[in-house]
Design a protein around this ligand. Structure first.
Ligand code: TYM
Length: 348
């Protein structure tokens, strides 16, 4: 079977964007692929975080994966820091990665900007006025982030990586690095394909539909979490920003309504055109009401399952134990090969 590998960061809870752009699609791949689903706790420390929260969120993320339908008997769920090889391979890859390639990554620029930096001409980092005043700094882990991500993927010789649209650029870098490594040292890594779903690959913020829905949004009304109470989900959806006019149609000049239609369609399996037809002449309030119903009816069983799982720590740990074992076996082989190619002598 071809191999897929994909991961999510355990920063806070999973969002509806994570679900529709990623986890939901992963559940459809269990039978046709050998699946590796990582919880990338090492990526999660590139931004300010609390160790206690990270610990809690890591296990919670595993329970959310399983509650969404990632069956651990048909896939390998593992925590990144449990498998030796991710950072080792990241080091090899970093030595063939130009710094400039990392500085021009959109996500890096966005995160650096939040810290008070500006990536200027030639991609050099400059303090903004506020950043300089605050004595801001960008840690090198944030810059190295995509290299570690490339290592996550190449360490398993993954054939494909199912992700949302925001990871497209990181995937391109990963493919470049694999090609460069193969070119420099001879054929070693599979060049992975990005699997980006046709629908749901970019779910937008409810409060600013020009921006993607994100865990780290300052406005918590902007983001739907899988574990939000039904009343909270409903409240957030009912207060979503819509557009001028009153017609319920998906179009470029109606980003708010388009986003709601996209969510509705992805949650219900109904085509957008069909939804538009059925709501002709209705107002935005009715649309939101139906979106809320669709979201809640899909998430309720997920939440019930989650509540069961999260109290069963022994079960979650057994899943992680076997996940790490299978992952480690594969990772060792690929790492050993990469070391050999790079000219590292074998341990006697
Ligand atoms: P993360 O944790 O931000 O997101 C996990 C997955 O959810 C997708 N996603 C979205 N899809 C649609 N709409 C949105 N608003 C939305 N927000 C997030 C992401 O595209 C992703 O598929 N760098 C990765 C984690 C990672 C990884 C890897 C992924 C580390 N190593 C190796 C794949 C392979 C990240 O931060 O995802």
């Amino acid at each position: 079977k071809p191999v897929i590998l994909t991961c999510a960061q355990p920063t806070g809870q999973l969002t509806l964007g994570n679900y529709l752009g990623a986890v939901k699609n992963w559940t459809t791949m269990l039978d046709d692929y050998e699946c590796y689903f990582g919880v990338v706790n090492m990526h999660a420390i590139t931004v300010k975080y609390s160790p206690a929260e990270l610990r809690k969120n890591t296990l919670s993320c595993v329970a959310q994966y399983i509650a969404c339908g990632l069956d651990p008997t048909r896939s390998n769920i593992f925590v990144q820091s449990h498998v030796i090889g991710h950072t080792e391979l990241a080091w090899l890859l970093s030595c063939i990665t130009p710094i400039g390639d990392l500085q021009r990554m959109t996500q890096f620029k966005e995160k650096a900007a939040k810290l008070g930096f500006n990536v200027g001409e030639g991609n050099d980092l400059k303090f903004t006025h506020d950043g300089a005043r605050a004595g801001a700094s960008v840690n090198s882990g944030l810059l190295m982030y995509p290299v570690l991500m490339a290592a996550d993927i190449l360490l398993y010789n993954a054939d494909a990586v199912p992700v949302g649209n925001d990871q497209r650029q990181h995937l391109e870098l990963c493919r470049d690095l694999a090609q460069r490594f193969n070119h420099n040292y001879s054929d070693t890594f599979t060049i992975p394909e990005a699997f980006i779903p046709k629908q749901g690959a970019r779910i937008m913020s409810l409060q600013n539909p020009e921006r993607k829905m994100s865990k780290s949004d300052d406005n918590q009304n902007a983001t739907l979490y899988l574990l939000d109470e039904p009343t909270t989900l409903k409240k957030k959806i009912m207060s979503a920003v819509t557009d001028s006019g009153s017609e319920i149609v998906s179009s470029e000049d109606k980003p708010g309504v388009s986003n709601l239609l996209q969510i509705y369609s992805a949650m219900s399996g109904r085509a957008i055109a069909d939804i538009e037809d059925s709501l002709r002449g209705e107002g935005y309030g009715r649309l939101k009401q139906e979106v809320a119903d669709a979201v809640i009816s899909v998430l309720e069983p997920v939440q019930t399952k989650y509540k069961e799982l999260i109290t069963d720590k022994a079960y979650l740990e057994s899943v992680l134990k076997s996940g790490a074992e299978v992952a480690q076996r594969r990772a060792y082989k690929v790492l050993a090969k990469a070391y050999r190619k790079a000219g590292f002598v074998e341990r006697p």
